[in-house]
Design a protein around this ligand. Sequence first.
Ligand SMILES: Nc1ncnc2c1ncn2[C@@H]1O[C@H](COP(=O)(O)OP(=O)(O)OP(=O)(O)O)[C@@H](O)[C@H]1O
Ligand SMILES: [Mg+2]
Length: 139
Amino acid sequence: MGVVRRFITRSPEETEVLGQFVFCRYARRYRTFLLFGEMGSGKTTFVRGFAGAAGYGNVRSPTFTMVSVYPTPSGRIHHVDLYRLEAPDALYSLGFMDMIGRDIVIVEWAENLPEDVEAVRIDLSVKGEGERVITVSLP
Ligand SMILES: Nc1ncnc2c1ncn2[C@@H]1O[C@H](COP(=O)(O)OP(=O)(O)OP(=O)(O)O)[C@@H](O)[C@H]1O
Ligand SMILES: [Mg+2]
């Protein structure tokens, strides 16, 4: 079991700052980031900070398209949202397994991944109005 760091954020802005931190601290060494947590727990907000730190300023939820690709000076970031993944086959047709290991990939609703992927794991949970507990676990 790798290192686990636990944070509490008290606003969406603080969750963005944590996303920025995780990008700056870990995105050179690790390429795959899996986000786990219920609806509204702050996954897209976290990605907004994460991609923002790479210089990309227009993050939106890719719920309908399942994947958005953000060009950045640090290379492409694939923002994946598996909320609507119905059959695991769709993952393969998205080219998901090919992105892994090549580009930076950050995945919302990683609960729906059909297989184990080595990744930094981010668990978000709602603690109270405006408060989130977020843990970052290294592989
Ligand atoms: N500390 C916090 N961190 C992040 N978001 C917060 C926080 N406090 C309140 N919020 C609110 O919670 C919501 C989080 O929305 P966001 O789209 O980031 O969640 P999500 O986990 O991506 O949801 P979904 O499962 O629908 O994709 C926003 O409305 C945001 O304003
Ligand atoms: Mg989202």
